[in-house]
Design a protein around this ligand. Structure first.
Ligand code: RIB
Length: 302
């Protein structure tokens, strides 16, 4: 049986990007500046990002039975991501409305309608189990049913397969899932939702070598049992930050499985996520290993 570096279980969306100056008020119609129809979904973004970094990747997910589902499967083929365990269901593929604000920071806001992503079941995980058990690492996010996520984390824990949980968008997680995940990678908003009463420093100290918080232009932080570490982002001109978190998670996992060095994996993920925000889109923008190597060789002395 084929062996994969990374198995991703998660969402597959079609992203509708609107470049705008402001959100319309209720009852108002405004004109946007640009539109892009692109592949997305946190799960698919992470799978494609890891494949672009040269890893052998398989996806477990669910798409609808119409045109967006066909396009998603074709997209996996383009990037050589195995989609044997991507199921087709009645109804529509997940969609996301991504608003990119034409401000200096190029922030975004996203509305998702999960569609087929919500049809993922534990049985689909069971079917993919032989493949999961041969993976070097498993990635999962929260755009699929929570019981499926927790079931997968349980199975990985039981079989000693490292699993990275990207708790996005945040949902209340069981203590068991938090304990059993090998790594948890939220952004600042999600970590605040997970642990509302504590500072990021305290949260990281409570989950050393496990909780890694991404902080956009400020890089990422974690605690390594000895100290709280801040690993800086690279300096770039942002065009679109959509999917930067997904690129970070995929790049972290891709580097971590090479030599289990958490610091090195975060530094690599910071570079990949930084490069990803210099282009529009969640998948087109994630860098290839060649692009990352070129950046690293041009910035060796920094
Ligand atoms: O993380 C970015 C992704 O969030 C987008 O691609 C969108 O589909 C939503 O899932």
């Amino acid at each position: 049986m084929e062996q994969f570096d990374i198995v991703v279980a998660g969402s597959i969306n079609m992203d509708l990007f609107f470049e705008i100056n402001k959100l319309p008020a209720l009852g108002e119609t405004i004109e946007g500046q640009a539109f892009h129809l692109l592949q997305g979904g946190k799960g698919a973004n992470q799978a494609i990002a890891a494949a672009k970094l040269g890893k052998k990747v398989a996806m477990i997910g669910c798409v609808g039975n119409a045109a967006f589902g066909d396009l998603a499967l074709k997209n996996f083929e383009t990037y050589k991501v195995n989609h044997k365990h991507v199921h087709r269901s009645e109804g529509y593929t997940g969609v996301a409305m991504v608003n990119i604000f034409q401000t200096k920071k190029r922030d975004n806001s996203i509305i998702i309608v999960p569609g087929a992503n919500k049809k993922m079941t534990r049985a689909m995980i069971d079917q993919a189990l032989p493949m999961i058990l041969r993976a070097k690492i498993v990635l999962v996010q929260l755009e699929i049913p929570l019981d499926v996520v927790e079931y997968l984390i349980d199975l990985c824990y039981e079989h000693d397969i490292p699993v990275v949980l990207n708790p996005a968008p945040y949902q209340i997680l069981s203590q068991s899932a938090i304990q059993k995940a090998s790594f948890i990678i939220p952004n600042e908003i999600e970590v605040g939702q997970m642990f509302p009463n504590h500072s990021i420093e305290l949260n990281c100290a409570q989950y050393p070598n496990k909780l890694i918080v991404t902080r956009g232009f400020m890089g990422a932080v974690y605690h390594n049992y000895r100290e709280f570490k801040i690993l800086n982002a690279i300096k770039v001109n942002p065009i679109d930050t959509t999917g930067a978190g997904d690129t970070f998670v995929a790049a972290f996992a891709s580097k971590y499985i090479e030599n289990k060095d958490i610091d090195a994996a975060i530094q690599y993920a910071n570079v990949c996520a930084g490069l990803s925000i210099t282009k529009v889109g969640a998948q087109e923008s994630s860098p290839t290993s060649e692009e990352v190597n070129r950046y690293l060789s041009e910035h060796q002395d920094e």
